[in-house]
Ligand binder design. Structure first.
Ligand code: CP
Length: 302
């Protein structure tokens, strides 16, 4: 087991979050540094990805490291029945760090218990996406100048969306007010509401986005996670539940920023992209710097 793994945002203290954000800022100012010279990073993606894999690989390349790995597990021996345990044990012998996305909740934790090298969780099922959370926090800090006392409106698939689960846990350290906007079928799971209750976090649940949009500092839109539905008829019922249109931003706060972990399907209309309140493409770019900070931290590189 490697104690330096980055598996759940729940394990990361407020002080460490702030340290990582300061590190991300330094990487944004100076992204090309030879800090990973001689290091090999394995990216094991058992689920599709564009941003997470490419921004991690960009982060490694800009730091002078080298990348091995796969983006399509069907081309690996897992398709022949090789277990995750065997895969992780073997790759631990090749690389200095494993960055892994897996379709099963808890897979990253399991991998971290087997691996002799650090594991970074790049998303496990509908559970956690902690590196996304760091770039989300970095984006919120850059646009709001603080993480404290913000009104955060989370919209869409709050049931299966791992990004909102991780973000909720991280922001709970900064006295937020949460507005959860979702259809009945995709409400925030009970465990996260209990977490809010236990940590005295103010939250309320809504189905009508317009009820709460005007008080938000951050509007965090999410995609309905088609790949998590067992019954696709259920997906069809909710797939168009929220579609953000430019006009809906007319009376929102000056400082409001619209975030989205991406990819989007249809939940933000494309004309919102040119609205100054839209920040999701800058948010994705921030991923490189946030991930440079995480990689150096887990490898103990100052
Ligand atoms: N936000 C995010 O995880 O995007 P990808 O699925 O493209 O990596």
């Amino acid at each position: 087991m490697n104690a330096n793994s980055f598996v759940s945002i729940y394990d990361v203290s407020k002080e460490k979050i702030i340290e990582l954000l300061e590190s991300a800022k330094r990487f944004e100012e100076n992204p090309n540094q030879d800090l990973l010279h001689g290091k090999i990073v394995a990216t094991l993606f058992f689920e599709p990805s564009t941003r997470t894999r490419l921004s991690f690989e960009t982060a490694v390349n800009r730091l002078g490291g080298r990348v091995i790995g796969f983006s399509d597990a069907s081309t690996t021996s897992s398709s022949k029945g090789e277990t995750l345990k065997d895969t992780i044990t073997m790759v631990s012998g090749y690389a200095d760090l494993i960055i892994m996305r897996h379709y099963l909740d808890g897979a990253a934790r399991y991998a971290s218990e087997i691996s002799s090298i650090p594991i970074i969780n790049a998303g496990d099922g509908s559970n956690q996406h902690p590196s996304q959370t760091m770039l989300d926090l970095y984006s919120i800090f850059k646009t709001q100048g603080t993480l404290e006392n913000l009104n955060i409106c989370m919209v869409g698939d709050l049931k299966y969306g791992r990004t909102v689960h991780s973000l909720l846990m991280a922001l709970s350290k900064f006295n937020p007010t949460f507005r959860f906007v979702a259809p009945e079928e995709l409400k925030m799971p009970l465990e996260y509401k209990i977490f809010c209750d236990n940590n005295n976090i103010n939250y309320s649940e809504h189905t009508d986005l317009m009820e709460v949009i005007d008080e938000a500092d951050i509007l965090y839109m999410t995609r309905v996670q088609r790949e998590r539905f067992i019954d696709l008829m259920e997906y069809e019922k909710v797939k168009n539940c929220y579609i953000l249109k430019n006009k809906m931003l007319d009376h929102t706060k000056e400082n409001l920023k619209v975030l989205h972990p991406l990819p989007r399907v249809n939940e933000i209309e494309s004309d919102v992209d040119s609205n100054p309140k839209a920040y999701y493409f800058q948010q994705a770019r921030n991923g490189v710097f946030a991930r440079q900070a995480i990689i150096c931290d887990v490898l103990g590189i100052k």
